[in-house]
Each structure stands twice: as C-alpha cells, then as structure tokens.
Ligand binder design. Structure first.
Ligand SMILES: [Zn+2]
Length: 122
C-alpha cells in the first residue's frame, strides 16, 4: 500500500512540475509553481502561478476544487508561502481548506526572460 501511494505521489508531483513550467518567462521574480489537489487519488483541482502579482498555484488549485478540499492532498513543487505580499499567504488558505496532506518537492524553477538571463562575461 505504501508502494502504491508512493507511485501516486510521484505521478501527481510530476503533473505539478509540468503545470509549473506553464509559467515560464512570466512569473519573474517569483518562481514557477504548479499545484495539484487530489482526493482518493483523483484530481479535484489544478493550478499554476501565471504571472507575478497574480494568485499563487496553490490558491488557483484550491479555487479550481470548488470547496471540495476537506481531506484532500496538495502536491506542489515549492513550499507554500506564509507571507503577506501582493497576495495573501497560501499556507493560511491551505489550513482553511482542511487538507489532509501537503506534499512538497521544493524544486525552485526560476522564471527567466531573455532580458534577465545571465550574460556571458567578457
Ligand atoms: Zn503562495
């Protein structure tokens, strides 16, 4: 049973990473983040951080789940934020949503654009 849950964990984390990449070159200076919400190993919500200043991936996934989040599992590639910035902290929204598990990969994708890529030194 533990092996099966590990399979699902890796599968849904892979989807969260795939979603994170959709923010490529648009989230800077924020990282690219994806989130998948599941219940009984079925997806009930998905989200990614589209653009700096817009809702974070976890919040988008919670909204996508339309309030059916109690007992759900969240997969995200980066630890949910706890600070008040342009958007409220995701950690508080996660607590309010009464999730059962939060699985974090902690891989940070930097969103780069052509102008922010490191330039070769002379
Ligand atoms: Zn956040």
């Amino acid at each position: 049973m533990v092996q099966l849950q590990r399979f699902f964990d890796e599968y849904f984390m892979s989807e969260a990473l795939h979603l994170a990449r959709k923010g490529l070159a648009r989230t800077s200076p924020n990282p690219m983040v994806g989130a998948v919400l599941t219940k009984d190993n079925k997806v009930i919500g998905r989200g990614f951080h589209r653009c700096c200043g817009e809702a974070h991936a976890e919040t988008v996934a919670l909204i996508d789940a339309r309030g059916k989040t109690a007992g759900a599992t969240l997969y995200t590639n980066l630890e949910p934020c706890v600070h008040h910035g342009r958007t409220p902290p995701c950690a508080e929204a996660i607590v309010r949503a009464r999730l059962r598990r939060v699985v974090v990969e902690s891989i940070m994708f930097k969103s780069t654009s052509a102008s922010s890529r490191p330039r070769p030194k002379n």
